[in-house]
Design a protein around this ligand. Structure first.
Ligand code: AMP
Ligand code: MG
Length: 340
């Protein structure tokens, strides 16, 4: 953004009239090669014209994002998706039929129209059709796809409200469109159709088992679980999604056990926030009860991490969630938020 000390304008986009105005303003800026923060159903995105390398460069600069970390390209219809890739195939069609619009990114070989800066220099592109009216209308109005990573400073906790975006990027961008709190709350599942066998690169709310079920008729067997090679691929950094406070996952049977564990870790109760869903301690730290369902937990977790930072916590203790497929994406985010 030009000039110093300017703050982003936040435009509400709830009523049809507000949506009309916000979509028009956002599309005008995007057509001029600017970046705009937009709501999606996963997390807020920092969007730019995916076909304009100078515009895309502004995303990397604004976030402080390493250039080898590829961006997801957001589309608003299947024709647009097909123009972004070298070859559309049956598996992609099946996934699109079942999960789009929605929180699934499909990685395919990129077409000529996608500049290398979007893909971290690679020859594959991640495509997603988001399920949020506002970004869909903006893409339709622009007529070009939008490259959009999460709207946060690189490696920090993703934004799930316009206020979160404002706090991290308010003095770096001109416009934030406020489409309400994100319904999914964590980033999309990234599924790579270019590897053999195809595999999940980043777990999300659409899990491996659901993808397998949808592709099984095509006799496609996907690779089970994340492996070492996957974890080293660009963007899947060990440390990511990090709050300012130190995050530690713990299990406990009773308050005494938790007290001993906190003491051993050197956590001062007055500066400790505890996110739990059972056995809340009564005399230790600032306790927040989290939802017991994985889908609701995912919707809440980033906002709670933002709250803990806001409250000045030095330590965030997260009660370790259950170990079943629907919790896999949450374990992944917590593990990376806790990494040193
Ligand atoms: P973000 O937009 O910040 O949620 O990050 C997008 C993530 O999607 C990246 O960090 C990668 O992990 C993944 N991704 C996007 N495009 C590709 C691609 N072409 N190949 C592999 N992973 C990708
Ligand atoms: Mg991100």
């Amino acid at each position: 953004m030009d000039g110093q000390n300017k703050k982003a304008k936040i435009l509400a986009a709830t009523t049809p009239e507000e949506i009309d105005i916000a979509v028009m303003e956002a599309a005008n800026l995007l057509r001029n090669g600017e970046v705009v923060a937009l709501p999606t159903e996963t997390v807020y995105g920092l969007a730019a014209n995916a076909l304009n390398p100078q515009a895309v460069e502004k995303i990397f600069k604004t976030k402080g994002r390493p250039s080898n970390n590829p961006l997801i390209v957001h589309i608003s219809n299947l024709d647009m998706a097909k123009r972004c890739v070298k070859q559309w195939n049956n598996a992609a069609q099946r996934l699109a039929d079942n999960f789009w619009p929605g929180p699934l990114t499909i990685v395919l070989p990129k077409s000529e129209i996608i500049p290398g800066i979007v893909t971290g220099g690679g020859d594959t592109v991640g495509i997603r059709y988001p399920a949020h009216t506002v970004i869909q209308l903006v893409i339709e109005r622009c007529g070009f796809p939008l490259a959009a990573p999460s709207a946060n400073i690189s490696n920090r906790v993703s934004a799930t409200t316009a206020a979160h975006v404002f706090k991290q990027l308010g003095d770096k961008i001109a416009l934030i469109v406020d489409g309400g709190a994100c319904r999914v709350g964590i980033e999309s599942t990234v599924f790579d159709l270019t590897s053999n066998p195809p595999r999940v690169l980043r777990p999300g709310i659409i899990h491996e088992e659901s993808i397998n079920a949808v592709l099984s008729g095509l006799k496609i067997q996907i690779e089970k679980g994340l492996n070492q090679k996957t974890l080293r691929s660009p963007g899947l950094l060990k440390k990511h999604y990090s709050p300012l406070a130190k995050l530690i996952c713990l299990q406990w049977q009773n308050e005494n056990e938790l007290k001993e564990k906190l003491a051993a870790l050197g956590c001062k109760p007055s500066l400790t926030s505890i996110l739990c869903f059972s056995d809340p301690p009564s005399k230790l730290g600032k306790v927040t009860m989290m939802p017991k369902q994985a889908v609701s937990y995912a919707r809440a977790i980033y906002a709670e991490l933002h709250n803990c930072d806001e409250a000045g916590a030095r330590w965030i203790i997260v009660q370790t969630p259950p170990d079943s497929p629907e919790w896999r994406a949450i374990h992944d985010r917590l593990r990376r938020a806790a990494a040193e």
